[in-house]
Ligand binder design. Structure first.
Ligand code: SAM
Length: 174
């Protein structure tokens, strides 16, 4: 099981201060992947690939964006180790997300600069297929409050807040 296999990477990441998703929220995320069976996933904020390994563990094609070259190199190695079908894009997620076509993803996972979550919302909705989902990590952080309020009141979405650690928002495109 992928979470067992990721135990060492989780431990090492925590020791090095890399802010990865972690096992508790990772367990919820894996369950969501098993339930919704996404085929194409976009992740904003790769870090060393911990959450990407969970997102891609059931065979989805993962595209993941990070601005940090050294971490992206680590992610590349981890994706190889865990046999994840991933393409890593190096650069600013705010710019890169604009380049994707309408309705091309089943799931968008947002886990990068907290104050910028809100700036990716319109593009995330645009590139998602109907019934696709946007999952945003650390949703109780002060920097994400405008994003949280926006998804809760957006009638194009059905949003639930997941109360695990610092929280996740899970928004389904209606
Ligand atoms: C919380 S970490 C991602 C953790 C990862 N999702 C996981 O759980 O394994 C946030 C990442 O966002 C990246 N980042 C910050 N600002 C960014 C930006 N504007 N565009 C792309 N990546 C960015 C950082 O380099 C960092 O690796």
């Amino acid at each position: 099981m992928i979470l067992e296999q990721l135990k060492e990477l989780e431990k090492e990441s925590l020791q090095r201060g890399i802010p990865i998703l972690g096992r508790e929220k990772g367990t919820w995320l894996l369950q969501k992947i098993l339930e919704t069976k996404p085929i194409k996933i976009l992740e904003l904020g790769t870090a060393n690939g911990y959450s990407g390994c969970i997102l891609g563990s059931q065979g989805a094609k993962l595209t993941t964006i990070d601005i940090n070259k050294a971490l992206s190199e680590e992610a590349k190695n981890n994706f190889k180790t865990f046999k994840i079908n991933a393409t890593i894009l190096l650069g600013d997620a705010l710019e890169k997300i604009k380049k994707f076509q309408n309705k091309s993803f089943d799931l968008v996972f947002i886990d990068f600069a907290k104050k910028s979550y809100i700036k990716t919302l319109e593009d995330s909705i645009r590139i998602l297929k109907k019934n696709g989902i946007i999952i945003a990590d650390n949703i109780t952080f002060p920097g994400c409050q405008n994003y949280k309020e926006a998804v809760l009141k957006d009638t194009r979405l059905k949003t639930e807040i997941i109360q695990i650690k610092d929280g996740l928002a899970c928004s389904k495109k209606l």
